[in-house]
Every structure is written in C-alpha cells, then in structure tokens.
Design a protein. Sequence first.
Length: 372
Amino acid sequence: MKLETTLIHAGSEVDPATGAIAPPIHLSTTFEHGPAGEIPHGFSYIRVNNPTQARLEAALAAVEGGEAALVFASGLAAGAAYLQSLPPDSHVILHKDTYFGFREIASMFFGKWSCEYTIVDMKDPLSVRHALLPNTRVIWMETPSNPLLEVIDIAAMAQIAHNAGAQLIVDGTFATPVLQRPLALGADVVLHAATKYLGGHSDVQMGALVFGKHDKAVQEITHNRTILGAVASPFNSWLVLRGLRTLACRMDRHSANGLAVAQWLARQSQVERVHYPGLAQHPGHEIAQRQMSSFGGMLSFQVKGGQEQAIDVASRVKLFTNATSLGSVESLLELRASSEGPGSAVPDNLLRVSVGLEAIEDLIADLQQALG
Ligand SMILES: *Cc1c(COP(=O)(O)O)cnc(C)c1O
C-alpha cells in the first residue's frame, strides 16, 4: 500500500461499539479489570496505555514501517525516555547541529546518568568513526537539522553504528515520514516531535519513537514512560491521529512553498545565505536528493549586515508571525539565536522560517516588503 493511503487508513478502524467513522476519544483514566487484576480489555490505567493512544501508536508504526511506536508528552520527553533507557557508562555521539534541547539533555543530565557524549560534525562520516569508543551505544542524528538544515547521510551513519555494535536514532521531525524513511535506510529508531508537522496546526504537543524491531528496548522504554510518567493524553493522541490524515497533502504544499521561498530568497541582494536542502548549491543537496522525496517547508537564512538587520526584517513581516515552533499551516519566522538563549551557536543574523500553506504569492510579497 502507498504511504498516502496508509496515512488515511492506519488506525481508522470503525468503532465496533457504535460504527463511528471518526475514532472516539476515550478520556477514561481507568478501566474495569477482573477481581484478581485480570485485564480483559487490554487497558488498566491511563499512565500505562489507553485506547486512543494505542490507535495512534499502531498508525505511526504502520506509517513509518516499524514494528512498534510509543508516544510521549513532548518531543523532548520521547528523546529523554530513549536516552534514559541506556545502561550506565554508555557513550552517545551527537551531531553539532542537533536540536538544542537534546544537546542540553546531554550537557545537563548525561553526567548524572553516568553517560558520556561526543559532539561531532556528522556531515563528515570520518569524524563519527574517529569518535567511536568501545562503549558507544548510540549515534544520534537529525536530518535535515534544526536550525541550519544540515543534511546527514542516514545509510552511512547506520553502517558506522552497526559496525560498532551501536544503534542509530534519527530525529526526522523536519522531514516527516512523507519525505524521508529512516528505518528503510537502516536506522533503528525514528523520533518525531509530533508537536510540529504530524500535529500540523500549532495546537498539540507530543513526541513519538518508532522502532524498526519490537525488542527488549521497547519494553524498557515503555516501562520508563509508565513509571516516569511523560505520557501523551487521549485528546492529544486524537489530534495527532487526525493530523496524519492530511500529512501527505500538507507536505506536498509545504515542500512546494518551501522551495519557492528558498529560491526567491537566494536571489535577493539583502540575503547573505539561504539554508535549504532543495537548493542545488546546498552542500547536502546530493544526499538530500538520495534520501528525501522532497525538501519540506523548513529553511533558514542569514541577513546581510548582521543581527540588527535581521531583527529589522523580523519586525517588518506581517503575514509571517514572529514565533518559535514549526510545521503548522501558518507561516512562522524567528530570530533563532533568541530562542536558544545565551549558549546558542547559531549565527546571530539567522532567521528560521517555517513556510506554511498560504498562497506563495502572498508569502513572497510579505518577505519582499520586509526585506525593504
Ligand atoms: C521541536 C523539536 C523537538 C522537541 O519537541 P517538543 O515537542 O518541543 O519537545 C525535537 N526535535 C526537533 C527537530 C524539533 O524541531
């Protein structure tokens, strides 16, 4: 079955109790069990699992081509649950342009968890090989990366990880399963901040892990979620399930608009540099062409002059809203360094753009008047 069809039908079974086509939202926190604690319906308490979440997890596993999926309260909670399942003394290799929250987890918590990490530039596979240690358990990558849109070769990283007896996890938030299939390229786990494109309407926070194999690690991470409690709610599960239904259509339009905005920005004299993997001049374009079906709606660009000029542009946009987050129907823009705070390594004149689904003429007209 084609992905577009799976996205519509996965987890869409008609409700057996009522025949409802739209899935019910089960808000119950607790479920009847037998006198000796038997669980005849498969559900006992909401922190363990619930029917709406189970529907979404089955759908995500099908969509990503994995054997299991788990959803969490946020993208960071999903990543934290995975990292907390590693045995003590594990070593993790991260890309230097990894979502800043995960770099923060590494710097703040790995020591407490008796884990260690190395940050490398994964655009150069050799630097990953050099960073391998006997206790390297995980290569943690993100492609395209947030916020520099760097592209990392998933198949190459999978090979390096597996030769070293490590796992490869790919944060695929920017690409979604519509544009990129990490498990098919050899990754062991895919992470999504479902808060972004999977939800797609700036109204739900959630994270997801999809696993190629339903192995012991899945049981351990499930237990971690149950005990540490970073569960997704039924209503959020329902919203993300609904988001999946239109994901393929939205990503088509996001990609068309993203490419058009990137190409237009690249021609403007006020723009120093555009970061978008769909541009032929992007250093990762060739790899992106190989591992992505299209290039999505995320891009960033640097304004000539410096931070002051970038803030000027951000202050003049009307249709784009100055806000963090991404992946929704409406276009957003932000001075990225301001969101990441004092330790940010992002160029201070960089504006990150989430290109929405509006008419491309209106988006470009707004950017044109904002560039001045
Ligand atoms: C937003 C984001 C996350 C974190 O998701 P939250 O739901 O905000 O915790 C992780 N990775 C990437 C690439 C993101 O953009």
